[in-house]
Design a protein around this ligand. Structure first.
Ligand code: ZN
Length: 86
């Protein structure tokens, strides 16, 4: 079983044989070093209402949005797929 991770800067995707929220690496596409976010987590971030988040959140890179969302308590990544749109 593989998991897909998304580059926070260029959207490039990689696959790995394990599943974590994110992994830190240098992107072979754009050369940036950052946190590649699990695609399921990235999808959950897309569903977060910007009204619940600090100003400018939507303009942050994907990995920064993840950290902010977790800090703000709006994204419980462990069961992000089990929540039903509260
Ligand atoms: Zn990249």
């Amino acid at each position: 079983m593989t998991a897909t991770y998304v580059c926070p800067y260029c959207g490039g995707e990689i696959e790995r044989g394990f599943s974590v929220q994110y992994l830190v690496r240098s992107c072979s596409d754009c050369g940036e070093h950052g946190r590649f976010v699990h695609r399921a987590v990235a999808a959950a971030l897309e569903e977060v209402s910007t009204a619940d988040m600090p100003d400018g959140w939507a303009e942050e890179p994907l990995d920064e949005r993840l950290l902010i969302a977790v800090r703000e308590g709006v994204l419980d990544v462990g069961d992000a797929r089990a929540r039903d749109g509260e």
